[in-house]
Design a protein around this ligand. Structure first.
Ligand SMILES: Cc1cc2nc3c(=O)[nH]c(=O)nc-3n(C[C@H](O)[C@H](O)[C@H](O)COP(=O)(O)OP(=O)(O)OC[C@H]3O[C@@H](n4cnc5c(N)ncnc54)[C@H](O)[C@@H]3O)c2cc1C
Ligand code: SF4
Length: 496
């Protein structure tokens, strides 16, 4: 703690975003380039170096937050980068994309705005790349043992990097044509430019990890074959089976799942397509689902030039302040938050709601109606109470010629045959069952990330990848490992 009074003298200041009118005309990240570094030192100085740092406790990776805050305030960027990478393989991803449970748990947040931990993390990660503090770290010697990792999202990548660095020969199988999982074709470019992903993949290649893209395990290659070819298999296939909305009119054209829509916009950014076949340009867009996936659809539709965008949330509008009884500090509270996408829809008045917030809260979809060609034209909704019962007399109709369903995901996709071929046992909610050591019922086969945990966050996915790597390393060696295991399979975020 370079400045013991920092938290008293310096107000919280976040990495500023570019003006809405500018950023909606491109797909680049929303923050002002270069504007973080000048402010981040004094922000790190706000850290109180708590005796019991709840920021660290709230992070599934166990990030050494007070240590790197201190190192940043002393401008020792190399040491800060070392401490950051000691617990997180990909801090440039979490520094941009994490909802930061660490900040909700920050002790300063009891009566003041939290330390900008996520910004400090991002600044260290970016500086590490710029100054060459994150070179490839190939193993000194090979173990002669082999591992197949199925899925190249944050779980698979973290597991592969840990196991490669431990000396095992690792191949990552990915059904998409590019590496990255939901970070590649789900999360839009304006939240994280894909160059960050490319750089890490290059680092991993240089360390010796092999990548096999456009290969669906279960279809292009038999899962059982992988089991005989490799000493261990890690399933990190995510939870991509989307939830459906079974209301009248669902079969009309113009109604799509978020993960049918977002990948096409991402492919435009990758240069694969000139324009998206599902572009929102000139259309009245309604997004069903109030979560982050819905917000990603919102920001994408705004950039594509939608005539209007509305996002429906079945939950009531949350308060601006934490409910101390239901969600006390240091838990992660459900608050009214204005994401960059919501700000854009409001400022551009593409949102039709009364206060120009693109969101309608406590709104439940009743049915869709369409035109003579069978294309959706309207969405009919009703307001609901806290028990999701319709409030009489609140039915209304929204113009809708593109509807995007962002209702979450139920578990791993079973259409590829992987789960059936390995005869994997599932949990009642559809995720892959595993024991306390991340092992499935199939010998030598481990499961991690959203595929086993259920839909979660990137920070949990990286923690899962690191933890499953430790379990696999133990399986491949004499029962010992030097790899860290930050979480157990049944660990969950802190709740009251
Ligand atoms: C639109 C969207 C936005 C999100 N935004 C955020 C955010 O801002 N911050 C955050 O923390 N979290 C966010 N999340 C959640 C986060 O992306 C996931 O929790 C995380 O990516 C899970 O990682 P994973 O590696 O377990 O799975 P995934 O990222 O889903 O990766 C699984 C990979 O396995 C591949 N695969 C599946 N089956 C096979 C097979 N049979 N053979 C070969 N490959 C296969 C898939 O193609 C995929 O690439 C978002 C999710 C969505 C959908
Ligand atoms: S809880 Fe907040 S103030 Fe305390 S060590 Fe962590 S970041 Fe610093």
């Amino acid at each position: 703690m370079a400045d013991p009074k920092g938290f008293l003298t310096t107000p919280r200041q976040e990495w500023p975003r570019r003006p809405v009118a500018e950023r909606v005309h491109d797909w680049n990240e929303v923050q002002v380039p270069g504007a973080l570094l000048p402010i981040v030192g004094p922000q790190a100085d706000r850290c109180m170096d708590c005796g019991v740092p709840f920021c660290h406790e709230a992070c599934p990776l166990g990030n050494l937050i007070p240590e790197w805050n201190d190192l940043v305030s002393r401008e020792d960027w190399r040491a800060a980068a070392d401490r950051l990478h000691a617990t997180n393989n990909f801090p440039e991803f979490t520094g941009r994309l994490c909802p930061a449970p660490c900040e909700a748990g920050c002790v300063l947040a009891i009566n003041q705005p939290a330390v900008t931990i996520k910004n400090v993390e991002c600044a260290i990660a970016d500086r590490a790349w710029e100054q060459g503090f994150a070179p490839p770290a190939p193993p000194d010697r090979l173990s002669g043992r082999t591992v197949a990792v199925i899925g190249s999202g944050p779980t698979g990548l973290a597991a592969a990097q840990q196991l490669t660095r431990a000396g095992h020969t690792v191949a990552v199988y990915e059904r998409d044509d590019r590496i990255g999982g939901l970070m590649r074709y789900g999360i839009p470019e304006f939240k994280m430019e894909k160059r960050h992903l490319e750089r890490r993949v290059e680092q991993m290649r240089a360390e010796g990890t092999k990548f096999r893209t456009s290969t669906t395990v279960g279809r292009d290659v038999e899962a059982a074959e992988l089991r005989t070819r490799y000493d261990a298999v890690v399933i990190a296939t995510g939870a991509t089976a989307w939830r459906e909305l079974t209301v009248p009119g669902r079969g009309l054209t113009g109604i799509h799942q978020a993960m049918e829509y977002l990948p096409l916009a991402n492919r435009v950014c990758e240069g694969d397509l000139e324009s998206s076949p599902l572009s929102a340009a000139g259309r009245h867009v309604v997004i069903v689902g109030g979560g982050d996936t819905g917000a990603d659809c919102l920001g994408t539709a705004v950039r594509e030039g939608a005539a209007s965008v509305t996002q429906l949330d079945i939950y009531g509008r949350p308060g601006a302040e934490r409910d101390e009884d239901a969600e006390p500090w240091p838990t992660y509270p459900k608050l009214y938050r204005l994401s960059a996408a919501h700000e854009e829809a409001r400022d551009l008045r593409t949102a039709p709601a009364a206060d120009a917030d693109a969101r309608l809260f406590a709104a439940s979809t009743l049915r869709f109606t369409g035109d003579a060609d069978g294309h959706v034209r309207s969405l009919h909704l009703v307001e609901v109470d806290a028990g999701r019962r319709p409030v009489p007399g609140t039915e209304r109709t929204l113009p809708a010629d593109l509807v995007l369903l962002a209702l979450g995901f139920s578990g791993p996709d079973q259409g590829d045959g992987l789960i059936a071929q390995l005869r994997l046992e599932l949990e009642p909610r559809g995720t892959i069952a595993r024991d306390a050591g991340f092992a499935t019922n199939a010998p030598g086969v481990f499961a991690a990330g959203d595929a086993a945990r259920g839909q979660s966050l990137i920070v949990w996915a990286i923690a899962e990848g690191r933890a499953v790597a430790a379990a696999v390393d133990r399986h491949l060696t004499d029962g010992t490992t030097r790899l860290p295991a930050p979480i157990r399979p049944y660990d969950r975020p802190m709740t009251a």
